[in-house]
Design a protein around this ligand. Sequence first.
Ligand code: ATP
Ligand code: MG
Ligand code: MG
Length: 552
Amino acid sequence: TPEKPTNFIRNIINEDLKNGKHTGIVTRFPPEPNGYLHIGHAKSICLNFGLALDYQGRCHLRFDDTNPAKEEIEYEDSIRENVKWLGFEWGEHLHYASDYFQAFYDHAVTLIKKELAFVDDLSAEEMRAHRGNLNEPGKESPWRTRSVEENLDLFRRMRAGEFEDGSKVLRLKIDMASPNLNLRDPVIFRIKKVEHHRTGDTWCIYPMYDYAHCISDSIEGITHSICTLEFEDHRPLYDWVLDKLEVPCHPQQIEFARLNLSYTVMSKRKLLELVQEKLVDGWDDPRMPTLVGLRRRGFTPQSIRAFCETIGVGKSDSFIDMSILEEAVREDLNQRAPRAMAVLKPLKVVIDGYPEGDGEAFEAANHPNDPALGTRKVPFSKVIYIERDDFQEEPEKGFFRLAPGREVRLRFAYIVRCEEVVKDASGEVVELRVSYDPASRGGTAPDGRKIKGTIHWVSAAHAMDAEVRLYDRLFTVPNPGGKNEADYRENINPKSIEVLTGCKLEPSLAKAGVDDRFQFERLGYFCPDSRDSKPESLVFNRTATLRDSWAE
Ligand code: ATP
Ligand code: MG
Ligand code: MG
């Protein structure tokens, strides 16, 4: 196996293994089941599961489901499916933070007994006012001096449901003057009389993220708890809780730069708004940066893993250009996708002199460099379709395709010459009549004459009709709603989808399955739409163009 390039996280792990701090590693991917995973999550998945694979450790999938109001089963199912689709396995280690509710409670009792936690009656507003800011130390709550006995009693009664939502919280007793605001007596439990989708109404107090997360990591024996940079100044709290609890397992929190991708948005709130406000066609809209969207668009797990490998893991936030993601799928599909012919904007061509009837079939290689992908039969007959753009009545300079009196090569077939242009009453070109050179079968002229252009085609009698959807970026600016931009919705690209109907596909494409990917020659990479394509009405999505159309 090739050596992977190192990064600062691997360096930490290597050191920990070398000096015997650990004998193996355990990581985790801890999504909150309140939305669909996006390409940013894929970075975290590839990192955490990838490390586990490389170091023969393990990676847990943990649902961080401590916030009862927002979670839904639908999201959990999709998250599990996405992680598997990316190619990773958690084995027996599918965990739920909600399984640790009792442990969170018991540890809180321990902290109260150690005089490190207290029940506070301040309202949320008063607490905010007491908190101070970066220039001003906070003020201690008047309830901070409650006795251990009183705190134990009140906390027990909070749990028993005796108090209203928001009337009391449990807070840590750390330091109201700390320059790190996270350490100013953070709240660790709040009252929330809401059913939890897994624990029902067993609990009416729920732990806060910072408190629950470090304990969950510790319970599971995580060695390296990898999270994004915005948690850097939460690390002292992570460590404080585990230190004070004196638990045997104290994972190391390591922060890395989150993925920001240009021309899209990735906050769950914005993605949810796009869906709810019907600005896109659901979570799996092929323009969405969600994994279900990328999959429906035709992205492969291999391409997403390769993308995550390419962007690497660093310690400073930056934007990655969308074209890097597109290039990753191009590179993957260029190697693996079988080729096929499709005509998106058809122009009818009648070949004079070619026999009427069934015509013939050409044996075509499915891949130019990979004979293992085999061959297929491509039927040819007297009437074919070519791409409208492959004909110019008055050819511009440098145009080497079909024009009146000119010759072009039909891929795999014959050289044809345009003899006549047929127009309708409005003057639009509706048909071409061409002659063909029977001796050029396969595409070369026996007299050696040079033919510059080769175009694709589909036999009219054999063609499958299809709808083809072309996509562009969902937003017109690199950082929608970001600096100097208005509401991100105002940056939506009105031309992010183009739907073509009456496209003509070679018949072999009729059998395409949802996870099949193709290169339509000269047009890009395409896949059947997993939602809308039916045997009797095919729908294909363009995953990517052949080249970066955004490059200069
Ligand atoms: P949001 O803030 O939009 O609600 P989140 O980041 O809180 O999303 P989680 O479900 O908590 O979403 O994320 C699970 C894991 O994925 C976390 O460990 C988080 O660090 C990681 N993650 C989320 N977004 C990104 C990103 N853009 N780049 C890298 N990792 C990410
Ligand atoms: Mg989160
Ligand atoms: Mg977040």
